[in-house]
Design a protein around this ligand. Sequence first.
Ligand code: COA
Length: 415
Amino acid sequence: MSKALDGVRILDFTHVQSGPTCTQLLAWLGADVIKVEKAGEGDATRGQLRDIPDVDSLYFTMLNHNKRSITLDTKNPKGKEVLAALIKECDVLVENFAPGALDRMGITWKYVQELNPRMIVASVKGFGPGRYQDCKVYENVAQCAGGAASTTGFDDGPPMVTGAQIGDSGTGLHLALGIVAALYQRNSTGRGQKVLAPMQDGVLNLCRVKLRDQQRLERTHVLTEYPQYPDGKFGDAVPRAGNASGGGQPGWILKCKGWETDPNAYIYFITQAAVWPAICKVIGEESWITDPAYATPPARLLHLKPIFQRIEQWTMTKTKFEAMEILNEFDIPCGPILSMKEIAADESLRASGTIVEVEHPKRGKYLSVGNPIKLSDSPTEVRRSPLLGEHTDEVLAELGYSKDAIAALRAERVI
Ligand code: COA
């Protein structure tokens, strides 16, 4: 079966997490992704957080599926010749070097345009133009500078970063969308363009509701949906939300049976207005259906904390899965807190290809997250990540280099 991005060639200069997330997604959608790595070293993540000596780490293998790897010293004049040939052949150059690194390599926008005016040059940077534009940035810096950390955690604790890699993987997703849009626009203009996804901007985009709340707070001086605050005083900036829902339906994380020993025996419970009578019946507080102090959403906002405490008395009598089953019968929105161990074993995620088992020649079988985006006419087959330089000869041969020319480049340590 054909793939959505069949025929699209990506010159992949990405490393670590943000850029590789983007190019992995493009590869899963069918693009031919040629990852360029420093000879002898490769992407730094190959060697980071290793669980098996001398074998590419899971950090690397899980972010670089379905790609080809070539080694190339792009600062060597002969390496630059190979690079020029690749720029002529490819549709998109994707990079997430530190600010200015691509220019220092001599790969300016002008240089690329002269070689291939149809080429799209796509970049992740920590910050967009402005006072921090020259800074190097990793995941948690972006979470902090993009507004996520100041709004995450509990009100009586410090700012907190979140486990979801919204700075790196989140920005990689933003960049992939920008690339696909630029490819589409090129169909009518015939021209490439620059695509920039700054990590701070990507995190802020994912924190959009917090900027909404900042403006609500400035107007009304209160965010009534935060259970911990009806009796508290708000400051002048959106506070940390604890486990409050970001939407109009109040929610909280509640203990379930076994919480004393199992750190994940919890459930997220949403007191959706539409099912309030059902919630009252399930927890045995039927009088709350008509009691004016509880009957309407605005009235309930004044008692969120005690309401959740009462619901928790009920959830603590059930395991998270038992509670889920009962609540789902009444269409009450809720979700178990699943550990990574539970997710790894989840049959539905395995059946849908979101959790996949991949065979690697050096590490054997490992688990990975497959493509979370499902296209009915472009199914994803997850293939293992490449070994360092595994496809150097193959790609150079495709560019017209003879066996002798390849051997000469190798002898001079260009590849
Ligand atoms: N051949 C020769 N040189 C190469 C090369 C190759 N194939 N590939 C990379 N290099 C060089 C670069 O040109 C650069 O050289 P320079 O500093 O002399 O210009 C050097 O290797 C290192 O690149 P750099 O990007 O600065 O790596 P770093 O390890 O110092 O920094 C980051 C890592 C992630 C902090 C930085 O790349 C960054 O801020 N990126 C943008 C934001 C981002 O994506 N962050 C999240 C990462 S998940």
